[in-house]
Design a protein around this ligand. Sequence first.
Ligand code: HAM
Length: 413
Amino acid sequence: MYKRVSGTKDILPEDIINWQGIEEICRKTFRLYNYSEIRTPLIEDSALFNRSLGQTTEIIQKQMFIFNNKDESYALRPEGTASIVRAYIENNLDKSSRFLKFYYMGPMFRLERPQKGRLRQFNHIGCEAIGSYDAYLDTEVIALSDALLSRIGVKDAKIKINTLGCAADKAALAEKLRNELEPCAELLCEECRKRLKTNVLRILDCKTESCRKIVQGLRNNKQEYLCNDCRNHFDEVKKGLDSLKIKYTLDHNLVRGLDYYTQTVFEITHDSLGAQDAIGAGGRYNNLVKELGGPDLGAIGFAFGMERLMLSLKTKINLEENKLIYIVTLGKEAMLSGAQALEILRKNNIAADMDYEKKSVKGAMRRASDLNARYALIIGDDELKKGILTLKDMQKGTQTETTLDNLIKEMKC
Ligand code: HAM
């Protein structure tokens, strides 16, 4: 028997209601905030990610699905931001208006050790706003992530925010940290001992208990390394969030695992997720557009992990009343009438299905109930003779006689 590849998931019909519900709510909400959808390829030149995410990040070091073709190296995209910036530059999208807002949904790939909420193929729902340095854009983007969660129905999510400052601020903080941490290198976990040389900021959000203790004991105030512009920018972001009454906590150890971030970073967590508790994350990346060959433009975005949204959503999304009509037939002739009725109902945009398993009436009615059908339409000898249909209201349990025309009229109002 074949099995799915480790770290991948089948999305079964029972999960699809919430899955599609989340997508639909997100599409509507993104449009409300004037974001347009963008779709980029699943494969990209590996160099795009090497350049954007940073050579020393975990994704580049060990999590990329790479395949080579002659002298080209392709990667399955591990995230969406780099591809969208590439598409923005390659398609000259800045020529019409420099400031553009995009949203996207689709699969991402990372060669991680699979566990609850951590997959090798997972889906992002995210957005990127490219072309502005304004702090109120940061506020909008964080408020949008909050609005999406409340519209989807995810309760008790927590937003943490921090600022990393500009490239110069980040470098100053990294140097100070390295000086402070080097004397206690022995006490750090193996990964953080490597990070001390390659990516010292990541030590700040290491989950290992021994590293956390050391980080908590650090004397330095990370905000000290911010230049005036970055400090003012962050103050404005917080002011904006306060004015919109968005709840958040400040976490000066939040650094995020991708090198492109500058200034505001944020992460949204949910207690139900266990060790992998981030449902979504994002931040500013003011240097990336230029670094990939485009103009010097500020940008910010975030992405939710779809599978983690699904895990933290405890209710069923009910976008519209299920109006399925389920046809139950008795006998061969009735089956033909049923097939004709199905065709007419569907032509009138009414969802309909029929029992193709030749179940007993009782069994077919049970199926109608399992499918949450609004009505069951019964066609037997009696009905055929009289030229009528028996309609059972599955919610009220009542039964009436009707014609197809009348039923269509009723369903349409
Ligand atoms: P990220 O934090 O790497 O950010 O991923 C965003 C979210 O994707 C995570 O918070 C998590 O919910 C989900 N996720 C990540 N890896 C996995 C995995 N292996 N299995 C399941 N879910 C996962 C980014 O990718 C940035 N591009 C976000 C961004 C957009 N920043 C600015 N714009």
